[in-house]
Design a protein around this ligand. Sequence first.
Ligand SMILES: [Cu+2]
Length: 159
Amino acid sequence: MKQSLTTAASYGPRAALLAAAVFHACAESEPEAPPTPEQPRTPPVVAPPDTGRVEIPLGSVANFDIIDDAFVDEEGDHNEEANASVKVGQMVTWTQNGNKIHRVEFSAVPNTVEHADSRDLRPGRTWEYRPPLPGKYVFFCRYHEYMMDVVIEVVEEDS
Ligand SMILES: [Cu+2]
């Protein structure tokens, strides 16, 4: 009994070392799996230059930047000083570069025009709107009372 215990003890560590050595050798000689035809690599996505700003949607004619806590027009004017002038059907956009949630709503639109609403705009989102009729459109942020009275003048398409 004593003999077999001694034998086991003397073989034990050696066996463990051997196993470790074999495992190590295997791990080192394991070749890197080459990409197979069955698993094609995803083509690289061409990312726009990272300016840290939300990209203005293609086709935008007038954009309002949303920051905390203002709408900023393309001249850099804020809130009630901000404005834009577009033609009927042209695309007006908003880029959400703030950290809060904002929500664009119209407080004044021409008669018969529906009061549009962006719903919640989280940071990084954009919203676009095409005024359907000429006239004066006024928008504000539902969540921030200091973000208000921004005017969009909309004129006939051919004027
Ligand atoms: Cu807001």
